[in-house]
Design a protein around this ligand. Sequence first.
Ligand code: FMN
Length: 184
Amino acid sequence: MTRILGISGSLRAGSFNTALLRAALPMAGDGIVLEVVTLHGIPLYDGDVETRDGIPAPVQSLKEKIVAADGVLIATPEYNNGVPGVLKNAIDWLSRPPADSARVFSNRPFALIGASQGNFGTVLSQVAWLPILRTLGTRFWSGGRLQVSRAQTLFDATGQLTDQATAARLGEFLNGFAAFAAGK
Ligand SMILES: Cc1cc2nc3c(=O)[nH]c(=O)nc-3n(C[C@H](O)[C@H](O)[C@H](O)COP(=O)(O)O)c2cc1C
């Protein structure tokens, strides 16, 4: 069994990034399980809170989900041509304390997808994630690319992915990454 944890970097109920991950759920091939989570409940990183109270329970819980996964698939929005603060904040919390960071990130397969309403489909955001994922020591999968542009034209009002070409690319990406995460 290959377990992939999909993390959406958007909190919006109508998020295209969350919808993209959810669209991938039934695409997981034999022996692959995809779980999709959002970052609701993760507080803003505050070093004083960390010193006083330690790692917040929602952060600890997400850490354990990552540790239990064979690979992590991040769906990132793009904000102002860079990474979105909500997602960067969560990654920053997850990297604390430094002594526990390797358990969570080091050598763990990671991959990026993203959806935007603009014409460039999170390409700059995905590029901006690379030094962060390298710093954390993840094993980044570069075997596929999925940068979904003009997402508002590809999903219906209920968040269903209606574009067949994007669906095909999504399934190929998920199963390609899962094979990498499984060491195949
Ligand atoms: C603060 C902010 C900055 C944005 N900057 C970009 C951008 O640089 N490039 C882009 O393609 N879309 C940008 N957008 C539009 C997002 O692509 C759009 O809001 C998208 O739906 C966000 O992802 P979500 O649907 O998962 O929430 C921005 C949106 C916000 C709120």
